[in-house]
Design a protein. Structure first.
Length: 704
């Protein structure tokens, strides 16, 4: 019988689109956006709501908020997650639930009492925890929690019930009780590391899980059976020998098998759970979660930076989990479910596992995504991850440079309908990511160019010219209406960056390298000093690369630890561990003083005291300079632009100001979205919300 092309063949991915019940509510498919932060929190509620709405629009069956604090006695300032302390917080949370419902997703809220993890810097209340002790935060705040007595436990249970009732009134379908990543009090009760009580809430696993059980019963009584109740636990706390281990977790689920409507399982610490692609592959938690489904009749969700539909199907078919949990893959591509449903696999914008999104939370700014520049700009700028506004009045754009900035500009301008030419000096496209993807464990960086080239390829109105190094004469001769200079950057060689601002004396006989040399295949040998005053990933990656080549490596940095800024990407610990285990000698708090013929002189950043170390070569991981010569030439010749038919020339990305890859894709996106738009003037270029003032006069507030 001839194949009828109009009849849709049964797809092997159909299993991902089966509806599935979570207690009294039913998700339309198995795509489950687990709670994740976004650096917006209570400061930017409409931005967060719109971001969640776009996930629902993209096909996620379940969409959760980030953690929501239930009471002021347990808050995690300076971090800005959501709050549900009283009725005043309800409108913003109701707005999120409405946004999620607008596309038939189930709306979930993650309720959190932070216990030993809440320093209360803002509320000034005394923190409370199952057992007294110093607060366990990223920032090592010098405060302690008081041990909860029975009255305190009753209070916390009541606060959870209050928050659950408010969640219901806000319209949520699901409540998640957070007990993972070391961040929620349920875990603090479960773990013998943080629970040393001798009453009925401590000791045996049955006792340690009593609080969790009571909480579920209280909330069920309060919100009836209209909401699904989930528990999020750590798969393996892995802190010390008393930690809530994977085997104890299994015992716990066996003991309380049908207590919640769903078990949501995440790895131990947040660092473990959200590991970068540099250190963990997709589905890295499989061994820890396999077999847990057999202990319960309730559905199970897990995470694993799932971007491959085949891996997702395998997780379901082999009975590892029922829902595909995702935070980062849903950030990089909010339309991942829709694209799988429509067999548009080539359109999937895969997460590269860089954790730039996490840095928005860690720095309390607002999150960015390297792959999806519209993340958290859905409301602030009206950007949408899939939609492209129709083109404006002008017609042609020349983009010089095919790095992340140039390719993103070309993808968006081409999609909008402009005639675009991309000129690239080299035979190879991709700029920095084409080179960095070849460095140890950075292969996923290549997805930045693969996705964009794949999207540009079918566009007849975008032409790419390789081996086309343009000069100002070339640009002026072509006659494009707009010119975008995205020519990238290069690493400096003179030791200057942050702690050294004047070039250091360098003996001409000492071979000095930069990351550009290494990526171009010019390698040092022997004992190499890597001097890192950049502090992001490159210093550590270079050290790894050199060890791999057989070099002896000393890494010197003015910071107190290797790759210091990677604390924000949750990688610093594993980077330092990896380098130490590879035999890299790490010297901290020393800045470069001078470079001799066969040694490097450094000075203590506190005392200025100098010391030296022998070296056969030095690799400078310091500042980068923008490659802006073409821009400078064109700027000098601005009077010629009009005759050449040029309306605008702009410089973007690393050429303008070197920064991480996420800044370059953002710059390219922004350039393309602003094409033919009116200049913004002096006002902010994005929408923002400002705290509403309380009209109560001070005379009504003052005590005494
Ligand atoms: P960004 O991160 O800002 O996109 P990259 O360094 O990744 O910057 O990419 C810049 C690209 O621009 C490189 O591939 C480089 O070869 C190319 N380039 C630099 N100068 C010129 C030029 N004059 N003409 C064409 N291409 C250029
Ligand atoms: Fe993935 Fe990086 Fe985007 Fe985060 S910032 S979602 S890790 S690509």
């Amino acid at each position: 019988m001839p194949l009828d092309p109009s009849s849709r063949l049964k797809s092997r991915y159909d299993i991902l689109f089966e509806p599935l019940a979570i207690g009294p509510v039913t998700a339309k498919n198995r795509f489950y956006q687990v709670p994740h932060c976004n650096g917006g929190g209570y400061r930017d509620p409409s931005a967060v709501a719109e971001m969640r709405r776009v996930k629902a629009e993209g096909g996620w069956g379940v969409v959760f908020t980030e953690q929501v604090e239930i009471h002021q006695t347990s808050e995690i300032s300076p971090f800005i997650e959501l709050r549900l302390w009283d009725d005043k917080d309800m409108p913003m949370l109701a707005k999120m639930a409405d946004a999620i419902h607008s596309h038939d997703a189930l709306a979930g809220i993650e309720l959190t009492y932070s216990g030993i993890n809440g320093p209360n810097l803002y509320s000034k209340e005394v923190p409370r925890a199952p057992t007294a002790g110093p607060i366990l935060t990223f920032t090592s705040d010098p405060v302690s929690a008081q041990a909860m007595d029975k009255d305190d436990i009753r209070d916390v249970r009541r606060w959870y019930v209050n928050a659950a009732k408010r969640s219901k009134a806000c319209g949520y379908d699901l409540i998640c009780l957070y007990g993972a990543h070391g961040f929620g009090i349920i875990q603090h009760f479960l773990s013998r590391t943080t629970n040393k009580r001798s009453d009925e809430y401590g000791g045996s696993l049955e006792n340690r899980s009593r609080f969790m059980k009571e909480l579920v019963e209280d909330i069920r009584d309060a919100v009836g059976d209209s909401m699904g109740l989930t528990i999020r636990l750590s798969l393996d706390e892995a802190f010390d020998e008393l930690s809530f281990s994977n085997s104890e977790l299994r015992e716990c689920i066996d003991m309380h098998s049908d207590l919640p409507d769903l078990w949501d399982l995440a790895h131990g610490t947040w660092e473990d759970c959200s590991a970068t692609s540099r250190f963990k592959d997709e589905a890295a938690q499989e061994a820890l979660i396999t077999g847990i489904k057999e202990l319960t009749s309730r559905p199970v969700v897990g995470v694993g930076r799932f971007t491959s539909p085949d891996t997702m199907v395998r997780q379901i078919k082999s009975g590892i989990m029922d829902f595909i949990g995702a935070a980062r893959p849903s950030i990089a591509d909010p339309f991942l479910p829709t694209k799988i449903a429509e067999n548009r696999f080539e359109d999937i914008r895969e997460c590269i596992g860089c954790n730039m999104c996490v840095t928005g939370d860690m720095t309390m700014s607002i999150s960015r995504c390297t792959q999806n520049p519209s993340f958290m700009e859905e409301w602030r700028k009206g950007w949408h991850p899939e939609l492209k506004p129709a083109k404006g009045d002008s017609q042609s754009v020349l983009i010089v440079g095919s790095g992340p900035a140039g390719l993103e500009a070309a993808r968006m301008l081409g999609g909008r309908g402009y005639d675009v030419a991309v000129a690239e000096a080299k035979s190879e496209l991709g700029g920095r990511v084409a080179k960095e993807r070849l460095l140890p464990n950075l292969a996923a960086w290549g997805r930045v160019m693969d996705y964009r080239l794949g999207q540009i390829e079918p566009l007849a109105n975008v032409s790419i010219y390789r081996e086309s190094e343009l000069t100002a004469d070339d640009v002026l001769a072509f006659g494009f209406e707009h010119v975008c200079i995205a020519t990238g950057s290069h690493w400096r060689r003179d030791g200057t960056a942050r702690h050294v601002l004047i070039p250091v004396a360098i003996d001409a006989q000492m071979p000095v390298f930069t990351p550009d040399d290494i990526m171009a295949g010019h390698m040092p040998s022997g004992h190499v000093v890597v001097y890192d005053d950049d502090h992001y990933y490159m210093g550590g990656v270079m050290a790894e690369k050199l060890v791999g080549l057989g070099c002896t490596v000393t890494l010197i940095t003015p910071a107190t630890m290797a790759s210091e800024w990677t604390t924000n990407t949750l990688e610093q610990g594993i980077i330092q561990k990896t380098l130490l285990e590879m035999g890299v000698d790490i010297i901290t708090t020393r800045k470069l003083a001078s470079v001799g013929r066969d040694h490097v002189n450094m000075s203590c950043i506190y005392t200025g005291k100098e010391q030296s170390t022998a070296a056969d070569a030095v690799l400078m991981v310091t500042a980068r300079d923008g490659d802006d010569a073409l821009w400078q030439d064109l700027k000098q010749r601005q009077p010629e632009w009009q005759d050449a038919g040029i309306s605008s020339i702009k410089i973007i990305g690393d050429a303008a100001a070197p920064a991480p890859i996420a800044w370059a894709t953002y710059a390219g996106h922004s350039y393309a979205m602003n094409m033919d738009e009116k200049p913004a003037g002096d006002d902010p270029v994005f929408r923002r919300e400002v705290t509403g003032l309380d009209p109560t006069p001070i005379s009504d507030i003052r005590k005494g």
